[in-house]
Ligand binder design. Sequence first.
Ligand SMILES: [Zn+2]
Length: 146
Amino acid sequence: MALEKNRALTKKQLETLKNKLLAEKQALVYKESLAAEDISLELPNEGDEVEASISDYNNSHLLRFRNREVFYVKKIDNALKKFANNEYGLCDDCGYWIKFERLLARPTAEMCIICKEEAERDEYSNIVSKQSKSMGRVVDLTGMMA
Ligand SMILES: [Zn+2]
C-alpha cells in the first residue's frame, strides 16, 4: 500500500500551532477559575431536599464539564511537551507527519487522520460494550428500588 507521506511542518506552521495551543490553554484556565466561582454559589441549602438535589445535579454536571476541560488542558500540556522534544506534529501511531490543516483544526491531535479513524473504530466498539454494561447496572438498581 502506497502511503502518501505528508510534508514536514514548516517553522512558521509550528509557531502558529504552538501559539494556538498556548492561547487555548489560557482561555481554559480562565474558564476554570470562573467555574470554581460557580461551584461555591451552588452549595445546597440545608433542609431543602429538592433544592439540594437540583444543586447536586448542577454540581455533578459542572464537575463533568470541568473534568473534560482538565483533560483537555492535559492534552495541551502534552502537545507542548512534544514541542520541547521536537516531536510535535508526528503521528503517535505511524510516525508520519500529521497534516497542518488537521492540526490547525485540532492542535492537540496525536494521530494522523488514517490512524485516528482506525482508533475511533476500536473506540466505538469499546463504547458500545461499556454502554451495555452500564445499562445492566441501571436495570439492577431499579429492581432494588421497586
Ligand atoms: Zn498515523
